[in-house]
Design a protein. Structure first.
Length: 421
């Protein structure tokens, strides 16, 4: 059972490059529905539609909340539809949503566009690949999730510079038209090849269905029981700890990304200088994800959960206390480390605690809560800014929330040691 536990990262990449590349590309193109990408166009959107910070944030919150409610139902498809088929459907969904976004001319069209972008991009693209990776690997689950998530880190490093340069030449709608066309043409034809099972994948895969996804490895390799969603809802640790590990970092990251142009202005930092620091965010996110994956594989997700919250606390403190360009790079590095550590750890924690047979419906319970938190922060922070709240006031709020998300896993999993149901 433990024959893969000590495998090196290089060997893992050599053997499993196809499926890890699938996860990487799913993660990369999910950026079309991610806040950091949409917010790069916020000035143009608000100018075209005559919206304030709070107004745009409120419409964003409405659409994102609706997508979270839809994800609660739609996420269960990961338990019944094969990985390649659901991946093509989801990729097609986010590309169609992006094409619609290029035609936005009213608040109604904007809200509809954000709804489908958030549902297919932030919601289903992430849900599909992270569920598949969590199921197909046991001993190297943490590292596999980390490597797959590098796609988002690459997108966060590349797209801000590409978009800002593109906006200096093209209308913003042109970018929203060309990117999804390229995404679908370049990725969709390869999905069937990239998602083939291999003997190395020691997880049971999707719930026992009569298709080619069933592995040769027996399901007994799973350590956790295979719980249904109704049983997870009776687990006190889910409500006391796990949802905060998802919701509070999601609230913080989304809010800061969404209002990044306003924050850069408040700090007196030119937008191009601000966006150029995303390279530090991306590099730190890669390091953070690898560290998180190694900790999960070596010590378990339960024991490691508390460590993922520390970089976010430090990032908020740095942004509060300094305006210098050097400390801006430090902020982006800490912010990226926090973003990178969180997702592999939470996905591994859900699989570790509840099993993988019904992971689709379990994540369909957990992911909407994360999406809902990301819906709240643009509106809450936008309204605070509209009513004159200073940046440090908002950062103080985020700092307090991050301290809470650190305290709960520390108490529950490390001090009380409640690592099993």
């Amino acid at each position: 059972m433990h024959r893969f536990a000590s495998i090196s990262l290089q060997t893992l990449l050599q053997i499993e490059w196809r499926f890890l590349l699938f996860g990487f590309l799913m993660s990369f193109w999910s950026s079309l529905g991610q806040t950091f990408f949409i917010s790069l166009f916020s000035s143009e959107i608000r100018a075209d539609l005559g919206l304030s910070h709070g107004g745009f944030g409120s419409y964003y919150a409405i659409a994102t909340t609706a997508s979270a409610l839809t994800l609660f139902w739609l996420g269960k498809l990961a338990d019944t539809v094969s990985v390649p088929r659901l991946s093509v459907m989801t990729l097609g969904g986010v590309c169609l949503a992006a094409l619609h976004f290029s035609t936005v001319r009213s608040v109604v069209m904007l809200t509809i566009g954000i709804y489908f972008l958030r549902l297919s991009g932030q919601g289903m693209m992430y849900h599909v690949y992270s569920t598949a990776v969590s199921r197909r690997y046991v001993e190297v689950r943490g590292r596999a999730l980390a490597i797959s998530g590098f796609g988002m880190n690459a997108a966060e490093a590349l797209f801000p510079v590409i978009v800002i340069l593109g906006l200096s030449v093209f209308d913003w709608r042109f970018l929203w038209m060309m990117l999804p066309i390229f995404a679908f043409i370049s990725f969709a034809p390869a999905i069937g090849f990239l998602t083939r099972r291999t003997p190395f994948q020691d997880g049971p895969g999707r719930a026992q269905q009569p298709d080619t996804e069933i592995p040769e490895i027996p399901e007994e390799t799973e350590q956790a029981p295979s719980l249904r969603r109704r049983e997870v809802m009776r687990d006190s640790a889910f409500w006391a700890v796990i949802i905060w590990l998802m919701m509070i970092p999601g609230f913080t990251i989304t809010g800061l990304f969404f209002h990044q142009i306003h924050i850069a202005s408040e700090k007196g930092i030119p937008l191009f200088i601000w966006s150029s620091n995303y390279i530090w965010y991306a590099l730190a996110a890669v390091c953070g994800a690898l560290i998180s994956g190694i900790l999960v594989d070596r010590f378990s997700a339960h024991r490691s959960a508390v460590l993922a919250q520390i970089p976010m606390i430090l990032a908020c403190l740095v942004l509060m206390m300094s305006d210098s360009f050097i400390m801006l790079a430090v902020f982006f590095a800490l912010f990226g480390c926090a973003g990178g550590m969180g997702q592999p750890l939470v996905n591994a924690l859900l699989a570790e605690r509840y099993g993988t047979k019904w992971l689709g419906e379990i994540k369909a319970l957990a992911s909407p809560l994360n999406v809902f938190s990301s819906a709240l922060s643009p509106a809450v922070m936008g309204i605070l800014f509209d009513y004159g709240a200073g940046l440090n006031t908002v950062l103080g709020l985020l700092l307090g929330l991050s301290c809470f998300s650190l305290a709960m896993p520390l108490l529950w999993f490390n001090i009380l040691r409640r690592t099993r149901i």
